[in-house]
Design a protein around this ligand. Structure first.
Ligand code: HEM
Length: 419
C-alpha cells in the first residue's frame, strides 16, 4: 500500500489510475485535511462540502480552474484576504471567465450566457443530437472496433456545442478536430497553444460579421444578445463566454460517455437490461456521474478564516472539494461503490457542482449521454471491450488522462456487432 502521507495530489501521477483509494484515505483522516505543500484543505464529506458551494462571503471561485497551481501572487495576511485578492484578481489565470467570477460580475456574465442558451435553442439542439449521433455511427458501423473517445464522444460533444451556438454546418469539420487542453494536467502537458484560442478567433469573426450584417440565423441572435439591463456586451465578452462553453463541455461529456460505455461493455447483463428498458438510461447516467464523476475536484480560495467540521480553515488557503469522494460518501449514498439504478437519491450527487456556479451545461450533458446511448443501442447489437487493445477480462489495461482535476480514460476501444 502506498504511503499516502507523502503523496502530492497535484504532481504525483501514481494517483491517476486509482485516485479513489487516496480519497478514502483522506476521508479517514477527518472532515478537512490540511495538505501543507500547497496550502490546501481537502474535504471529502458530502454534508461538510455542501455549504461551501453557497458561502460566497467566505469562499471565492477565483481559482476554480486550476486550484493552488500556480500559487497566489501574494502572501496572504491575516484572517481576511478579500482586498489582497481584488488587487490581483485580473492577473490570476483564467480571470474574466464565468467560472472564476464572484458576485456581482458572475451574475452579469450568467445573464449573458442564459441569453445565449435559450429554451428554443436547446430544443433544436436536442433534435440535432440524434442526427449527429447517427452520422458518427455511420462512420464506425462497418469497423469491427472503434475508439469511443476519438471516433464518437469527442466529435459528438464538440459539434453539439457548435450547433447550440449556431456554428454553420459547413464549418463543423473545422471544429471537429479542435480538442482543447485539459485542465489540471500534471506537469502542464498539453499543446503550448490551446485550440480554444482558434475557436475564439472564429467566434470573433462571426460576431463582428453578424453585428455589421445581421441575418436570420442563430449567430445573429447571439451577436445581439444583451445584458439584463439592456446594455450590449463587448464582442470579447460574447466570444469568451461562447469559447468557454467548448472548453467546459467538451472533455467532461466525453469522459461521462466513455465511462458509461466501459461499464456497459464490461457488464453485458446490465447492457441488456438497458437495451430492453430504455427508461432506465437516465438513472444509469446519474450513477455514472456519481460513481465516475468526470470532474474529480473543485477549488475555492478561502477569503476569510472559517471552520469546517471543527477544523480551522485559514484565509489564503485553497479549499478542495473532492466531488468524487462527496459522491461516494457512505453516509449519504448507500453502498456507494455499487451501480444501483433504483437509488432513491441517485441524482443528489454533486458531479455538476451546486449553487450559483453549478454547471450551466448539465441538461445538455445529460441529454447527450441519453441520446448517445439510445442511438448506439439502436444501431449496434452488442458492445464489448476490444481485448486486443485492453487485454482479457481480469487483466485489463486502461490509460487515464494525467490530470488532477478530471477523471477519465484516454482511449476506450470497443468491439461492435451492427444491429
Ligand atoms: C458530464 C459533463 C459535465 C460535467 C461533469 C460538468 C461539471 C461541471 C462542474 C463540476 C462545474 C462547477 C465548477 C465550479 O463550481 O467550480 C461546471 C461548471 C460549468 N459548466 Fe459544466 N460539466 C459538464 C458539461 C458541461 C457542458 C456540456 C457545458 C456547456 C455546453 C458546460 C458548461 C459549464 C459552465 C458554463 C460552467 C460554469 C458555470 C458558472 O460558473 O456559473 N458543462 N461544470
Amino acid at each position: 500500500m502506498q504511503n499516502y502521507d507523502q503523496v502530492d495530489l497535484f504532481t504525483d501521477t501514481s494517483l491517476i489510475e486509482d485516485p479513489y483509494s487516496y480519497f478514502e484515505y483522506l476521508r479517514s483522516q477527518g472532515p478537512a485535511v490540511y495538505l501543507p505543500k500547497h496550502n490546501v484543505y481537502a474535504v471529502t464529506g458530502f454534508q461538510d462540502g455542501l455549504p461551501v458551494f453557497s458561502n460566497h462571503e467566505v469562499f471565492s471561485a477565483a481559482i476554480a480552474v486550476n486550484g493552488p497551481i500556480p500559487p497566489l501572487p501574494f502572501t496572504p495576511e491575516g484572517d481576511d484576504i478579500s482586498e489582497q485578492l481584488e488587487a490581483v484578481r485580473e492577473q490570476l489565470p483564467y480571470a474574466g471567465i464565468i467560472i472564476t467570477e464572484d458576485m456581482p460580475q458572475h451574475a452579469k456574465t450568467k445573464s449573458l450566457m442564459m441569453g445565449m442558451i435559450t429554451p428554443a435553442r436547446l430544443q433544436a439542439n436536442h433534435a440535432f443530437m440524434g442526427t449527429l449521433a447517427d452520422r458518427l455511427i455511420d462512420e464506425i458501423i462497418d469497423k469491427d472496433s472503434f475508439d469511443a473517445i476519438m471516433d464518437f464522444g469527442q466529435p459528438f460533444a464538440t459539434l453539439v456545442i457548435a450547433d447550440l451556438l449556431g456554428v454553420p454546418e459547413e464549418d463543423h469539420p473545422k471544429y471537429r478536430i479542435l480538442r482543447s487542453n485539459l485542465p489540471g494536467m500534471i506537469g502542464n502537458q498539453g499543446t503550448p497553444h490551446d485550440p480554444l484560442e482558434e475557436i475564439g478567433l472564429y467566434f470573433w469573426g462571426y460576431i463582428e460579421d453578424r453585428r455589421a450584417n445581421p441575418r436570420d440565423d442563430v449567430l445573429s441572435r447571439l451577436a445581439q444578445v444583451k445584458y439584463k439591463d439592456g446594455s450590449t456586451p463587448d464582442i470579447l465578452e460574447v466570444v469568451k463566454t461562447a469559447t468557454f462553453m467548448f472548453g467546459a463541455g467538451q472533455h467532461t461529456t466525453v469522459l461521462l460517455l466513455a465511462s458509461a460505455l466501459r461499464v456497459l461493455a464490461e457488464d453485458q447483463e446490465l447492457q441488456q437490461r438497458l437495451r430492453d428498458d430504455r427508461s432506465l438510461i437516465p438513472a444509469f447516467v446519474e450513477e455514472m456521474l456519481r460513481l465516475n464523476s468526470p470532474v474529480k475536484l473543485e477549488y475555492r480560495l478561502v477569503k476569510k478564516t472559517t471552520e469546517i467540521g471543527g477544523v480551522e480553515i485559514k484565509a489564503g488557503a485553497t479549499l478542495l472539494l473532492i466531488l468524487s469522494a462527496m459522491n461516494r460518501d457512505p453516509e449519504v449514498f448507500e453502498d456507494p461503490q455499487q451501480v444501483k439504478l433504483d437509488r432513491k437519491n441517485g441524482s443528489d450527487h454533486v458531479a455538476f457542482g451546486r449553487g450559483m456556479h453549478a454547471c450551466a451545461g448539465s441538461p445538455l450533458a445529460r441529454a447527450e449521454a441519453k441520446i448517445g446511448l439510445e442511438r448506439l443501442f439502436d444501431r449496434i447489437a452488442n458492445i464489448a471491450i476490444d481485448e486486443e487493445k485492453h487485454g482479457p477480462a481480469g487483466q485489463r489495461k486502461f490509460d487515464y488522462e494525467p490530470t488532477y482535476t478530471l477523471r477519465g480514460l484516454k482511449e476506450l476501444h470497443l468491439k461492435i456487432t451492427p444491429a
